[in-house]
Design a protein around this ligand. Sequence first.
Ligand SMILES: Cc1cc2nc3c(=O)[nH]c(=O)nc-3n(C[C@H](O)[C@H](O)[C@H](O)COP(=O)(O)O)c2cc1C
Length: 179
Amino acid sequence: MSEKDLILTEIANRYNPVGFGEGEVAKEDLEAIMKAATMAPSAFGEQPWRFFIATEEEDREMLFSYMTPGNALWAKNAPVLIAVAGYIYGTGDRTFNYWSGFDSGAAWGYLALEAMRRGYAVGFIGGFDRNDIKREFVLDDEDFYDFYAIIAIGKPSENEPKEPIKAKALAEVLLQKKK
Ligand SMILES: Cc1cc2nc3c(=O)[nH]c(=O)nc-3n(C[C@H](O)[C@H](O)[C@H](O)COP(=O)(O)O)c2cc1C
């Protein structure tokens, strides 16, 4: 395999954890991880992503309470939880920002890559009450926000099964042009 064929290690070795090991996320690591998230590209430079970072027990418990029980269980040892939302209206003219989810997805992708580069495991939780959770936050208008996912970050657990990513073949995900 040539150098050109190699995929970024963090991408190639990523997996959704089933738990976390002992240990905290260092403050400077968390700062860098969040910085990476905010450096993602966005349509019109809107930077529609919004984050709530839970490191305190009370805040983590609050986020757990909105997750499905199974998710709260595997994520329970994660020292950091981050709720990712998007501001879905353009800040300029307040028209619908079609790219809010797309851009927020790029932001959590960047966040995850930086976290993994720093030796952490990163898990994604879409199984939570994305409407009711809004009542926990100061929002100018609840309808202007979508909550997409909660991200769990922590040290990898020792017995994590590290199977290779089951990525679909490129041919399976290519759109075909009409004849
Ligand atoms: C937006 C998003 C939401 C997800 N929600 C959940 C979830 O609620 N619970 C869960 O166990 N895994 C969740 N996952 C993890 C996926 O199921 C997992 O990434 C997928 O099965 C592929 O496995 P891999 O990440 O180990 O390659 C989510 C992933 C993403 C990207």
